[in-house]
Design a protein around this ligand. Structure first.
Ligand code: FAD
Ligand code: 5PR
Length: 379
């Protein structure tokens, strides 16, 4: 059991809106620092959306701080290399000088966080949609109920109602490319010769722009990120158009046949949101509510988890939440802003196709250690 009684006297209360990776991280970390925490999820169950996810050293360190790392490592995978292909030829194999990274299904990560939240005593409310927040410390639910708290955390994703009810100044835009994300069986033995335990980012620019980010999550599950421009009707069609994908990636045919069976597939465009500030009064925004980013550097959830964890660190000892929130933002925001800008740039220019693009600058967010509060790689 975590140290849930650090602060003498009456425990402070946080209401967290949103049960994604950001909200769960904030809830567990606040609870570990002695807060009473209630988490509101608008869906009827606590479930991850989407297919697979990459976490790097920064996100893995958060999991360590939350006491969930072992659980997440068990059943996930670190590929031997992060390989990049251009027109089916290998152009780079990156290993990041030993920087820890991990690939997993989203449900695997989400389930581990929900288990941990239950263990430390986070109170869950499902079917509980937040519709507005007040900087004075109130959260209004769809039912009309108004809850008072010392801290309101808006972790309700890119369409955040907590954010929009308060009126933060924001820029939002969507990129030209989008992606179909799926989990399929690995079927490694049917793929023929090849280093199929690697991540392989397979780019093709002709005859059409089509890319598959091949990402093994464990022995059974394979995450496929299938990218095509939104303007390409066949590449962006769901369920996938088997013929166009097999034509470009014939060696993946067994997996693509499985992908074509998935009726629930979605094509998503990348969205970016940038706010003038992440906090007003007693309300803090974390995750995609505050800073949705293009996925090129695979850091949206990683940054969300670092920022949510850091929020709880900074709230552990303060007497004034209102004074501490701007300091939290000032302390932690720079890394996310730079990562978001570079991810947008990489996405717009399809830079990852060149290979060897995980430069030290690109790995800044990944190298951050939220427990020691320093950039700590190489050690
Ligand atoms: P969400 O995951 O959107 O969670 C929000 C939660 O709040 C949901 O459960 C939702 O149901 C709930 N909710 C919404 N509105 C309300 C409300 N009003 N009241 C109550 N509950 C509400 N990041 C990485 O780190 N690594 C990757 O490899 C990676 N790959 C990506 C690939 C793609 C194609 C994309 C688009 C993103 C990727 N990301 C990745 C980014 C990552 O998915 C997001 O940044 C992360 O999931 C955001 O988490 P969140 O908790 O802020 O939001
Ligand atoms: N990296 C990851 C990812 O999921 C995507 C991208 C890069 C892990 C999209 O699926 O460049 O779009 C990308």
């Amino acid at each position: 059991m975590a140290n849930v009684n650090k602060t003498p006297g009456k425990a402070r209360r946080a209401e967290v809106a949103g049960g994604g990776f950001a909200g769960l991280t904030a809830a567990i970390a606040l609870r570990q620092n002695g807060w009473d925490v209630r988490l509101h999820e608008k869906s009827s169950d606590l479930r991850a959306f989407g297919a697979g996810i990459y976490l790097w050293h920064n996100g893995l360190r958060v999991l360590e701080g939350l006491g969930a790392l072992e659980d997440v490592l068990n059943g996930s995978h670190t590929p031997p290399t992060y390989e990049t292909w251009m027109q089916n030829k290998s152009v780079s194999k990156e290993t990041f000088h030993g920087l820890p990274w991990r690939v997993m299904t989203r449900s695997h990560l989400h389930n581990a966080l929900v288990r941990r939240a239950n263990d430390v005593g986070v109170e869950f409310r499902v079917n509980s949609e937040a519709i507005a927040a007040d900087p004075a410390g109130r959260l209004t639910l769809q039912t009309g109920e108004v809850l008072e708290a010392d801290l309101i955390v808006g972790a309700d994703g890119v369409g955040s109602k907590v954010r929009d009810s308060i009126g933060f100044k924001q820029e939002r835009w969507a990129a030209t490319d989008g992606i179909i994300r799926l989990i399929v069986p690995r079927l490694k033995e049917r793929l023929g010769e090849g280093e199929w335990d690697n991540t392989i980012d397979m780019w093709n620019f002709s005859p059409r722009v089509q890319r598959i980010l091949y990402s093994p999550c464990n022995d059974q599950e394979l995450y496929l990120g299938m990218m095509a421009p939104a303007s390409d009707p066949r590449g962006s069609r769901v369920p996938i158009d088997l013929e166009v994908w097999v034509e470009m990636f014939p060696f993946l045919e067994p997996c693509l046949v499985e992908a074509a069976k998935l009726q629930s597939a979605r094509y998503d465009k990348y969205e970016t949101t940038k706010l003038d500030s992440w906090a007003k009064g007693k309300v803090a925004l974390v995750g995609d509510a505050a800073n949705a980013m293009c996925p090129a550097l695979a850091q949206g959830a990683g940054c969300a988890m670092v920022n949510a964890f850091s929020l709880a660190q900074d709230m552990a000892t303060v007497s004034s939440v209102v004074d501490a929130l701007p300091q939290w933002e000032a302390r932690i925001r720079g890394i996310t802003d730079r990562c978001q800008a570079l991810s947008a740039d990489y996405a717009a220019n399809r830079s990852l196709s060149k290979g060897n693009m995980f430069t030290p600058v690109a790995l800044e967010a990944a190298c951050y250690d939220p427990l020691r509060r320093v950039s700590s790689w190489p050690q």
